[in-house]
Design a protein around this ligand. Structure first.
Ligand SMILES: *[C@@H]1O[C@H](CO)[C@@H](O)[C@H](O)[C@H]1NC(C)=O
Ligand SMILES: *[C@@H]1O[C@H](CO)[C@@H](O)[C@H](O)[C@H]1NC(C)=O
Ligand SMILES: *[C@@H]1O[C@H](CO)[C@@H](O)[C@H](O)[C@H]1NC(C)=O
Length: 234
């Protein structure tokens, strides 16, 4: 009798433990702040943002609460025959596709971000950003095959479905809400959006949660509008 009630207690405790433990595991991921960047590979402000600003996520402990998604499509267009036309021409379409392939090949944000940062820092030769030939082949195969087309059309769909609509690139959203021209100041906004356990708040949030300086707001000119060529010609 004693042993069966012990068993019962043990079972109960085991369940309680498992419940608490798994709950914590799940909460960790679902509490992450969704930071999405809608961009195109040859837009100078996107390049600057990727190389010099987004790196703060991985240079600090901000990555522990951030779910970073890069969406390489930007101001490109899809015609009815599914041909993609990019704002900065064929080369941009190519690099968007290469980057889409890298995201697919290395789902870990730190890995694909590191590659994309290297490419965006020097867009002349993406192969110099891969360390080994098997990785280079994986990206080339994806780029030369149907997969890159599918990936880009998927990113097109995500970009065109944005609500509210994207007005320019870089277009940054936090949990789906656009930051508009305040995108460079994303760190305190990620900290503020974090609704998880306060004890898990990254150290970088301590100082950055202070009221932001007005000069960190970028001018409207540091973005690339889809119709900017038309506007200039008028
Ligand atoms: C697709 O449509 C575009 C114009 O919308 C045209 O320039 C292009 O030649 C078409 N491509 C194919 C493969 O039909
Ligand atoms: C960017 O490129 C320059 C010159 O090509 C190089 O010196 C620098 O280390 C690169 N920076 C990053 C972050 O890759
Ligand atoms: C946050 O900053 C305050 C004041 O600068 C400091 O006392 C505190 O220890 C910091 N907390 C963490 C978690 O770094």
């Amino acid at each position: 009798m004693a042993s069966s009630s012990n068993k019962l207690v043990f079972f109960f405790l085991a369940c309680l433990f498992m419940f608490t433990f798994s709950d914590n595991l799940v909460a960790g991921d679902s509490d992450k702040v969704k930071l999405n960047l809608y961009y195109e590979s040859l837009c100078p402000f996107c390049q600057d943002f990727i190389v010099n600003d987004l790196v703060k996520i991985f240079d600090s402990d901000l990555y522990t609460i951030t779910d970073l998604k890069l969406i390489p499509f930007g101001n490109a267009k899809v015609s009815s025959n599914l041909t993609v036309t990019c704002q900065h021409g064929e080369e941009e379409c190519k690099l968007n596709a290469i980057e889409a392939c890298a995201i697919r090949a290395w789902p870990n944000p730190k890995l694909h971000y590191t590659f994309i940062r290297c490419v965006e820092n020097d867009t002349k030769d993406w192969t110099s950003c891969v360390k080994d030939s098997s990785r280079e082949k994986a990206i080339s195969d994806c780029y030369n095959g149907d997969l890159s087309k599918k990936l880009i059309l998927g990113y097109a769909k995500q970009t065109l479905a944005l609500k509210p609509k994207k007005q320019y690139v870089p277009w940054v959203t936090i949990n789906g809400e656009p930051l508009f021209d305040n995108y460079k100041d994303f760190v305190p906004q990620v900290c503020k959006a974090y609704k998880g356990n306060a004890a898990d708040l990254p150290k970088i949030c301590n100082s950055s949660a202070l009221p932001k300086c007005p000069e960190s707001k970028v001018s409207k000119l540091q973005v690339s509008y889809a119709d900017e060529v038309k506007k200039l010609l008028k």
